[in-house]
Design a protein around this ligand. Structure first.
Ligand code: SF4
Length: 173
């Protein structure tokens, strides 16, 4: 796993914009993806707006969850994500091994501290029930994840593919 260095952290803190994150409510959170593993997507949309193109954006547009690219780059946090997760972990927590964050958004979106805070809270909740988390981000893995008083050692599998694209803030509103 690649942790962000002190220099990278400083870059994040100097990020020249902070994206306004709206909220949505959902009825469920945990789901089994078509790839066979369990996932959580606690944000609708993604401020990174990758151009290659982003499959998650194409699916969101197809299913009416994003009007266009500008709408997609305007993230909406699932405000009741923790409440839903607690309920779903109570129901099936002992049957879970690993949960992935995220397939259709980025859990550590640059310029969106609310998203990172929620992602850390979700991982902490999962770990507290003995459930591992795998994390995929094109932002930066926060150094908080190295805190083994809060997160179980060896319980987080992380992939970090930084874009460092906050120099071109397409997502500012
Ligand atoms: S970071 Fe991932 S979800 Fe976000 S726009 Fe890029 S490919 Fe799509």
């Amino acid at each position: 796993m690649r942790w962000q260095s002190a220099r990278q952290l400083a870059l994040v803190e100097d990020c020249p914009y902070e994206i306004v994150v709206d909220t949505v409510r959902r009825k469920s959170l945990l789901y089994r993806s078509g790839l066979g593993f369990l996932c959580i997507n606690h944000v609708q949309g993604c401020a990174h707006g990758c151009k290659y193109p982003c499959y998650a954006f194409m699916m969101a547009k197809h299913h009416g969850r994003a009007r266009d690219e500008a709408d997609w780059r305007h993230p909406r946090l699932v405000e009741n994500a923790i409440e839903l997760l607690d309920r779903e972990l109570d129901r099936k927590g002992d049957k879970l091994d690993c949960v992935h964050l995220c397939l259709t958004t980025d859990p550590f979106m640059v310029g969106c501290p609310e998203v990172s805070v929620m992602s850390l809270a979700i991982i902490e909740r999962l770990n507290a029930r003995g459930v591992r988390a795998s994390v995929l981000t094109k932002g930066l893995l926060p150094i908080d994840l190295a805190d083994d008083r809060r997160f179980q050692r060896d319980s987080i599998l992380g992939i970090n593919w930084p874009l460092a694209r906050w120099a071109t803030p397409r997502s500012r509103r």
